[in-house]
Design a protein around this ligand. Sequence first.
Ligand SMILES: [Zn+2]
Length: 133
Amino acid sequence: MKFRDRVARAMYGRYGNDQLNKGMLVISILCLLLSSFARIRIFYGLGLVVLLLAYVRMFSKNIPKRYQENQKYLSIQNSVVGWLKLKQLHAKQRKMYRFYACPTCGQKVRVPKGKGKIEITCPQCRQAFVKRS
Ligand SMILES: [Zn+2]
């Protein structure tokens, strides 16, 4: 029997790999690298535990549960990536714009820089406030 067929037979009815597992593998590799370069022993144990958990998930037969975990992971990953992209965009625009939070509702407002004192109307709650741009 070919190796691929054996793997396919062993994985039959099992969950397999997903984005959460890939993330866990990356974390475990980072932990193991950190433990060997920085000689921090706790990262070695942590890396092994995360690696073990990734394999347990991969061979799990409780597919709906693993699927749910992955969905949760993806939603957290998406919000983190979205937040980072927004921060990156703001950093890029900081040369030309100023960012203020509405004093009433907290909505972030972007105004062009260098226009002196201006009245800003919040696009969400219509509250007006004065700031230097
Ligand atoms: Zn507002």
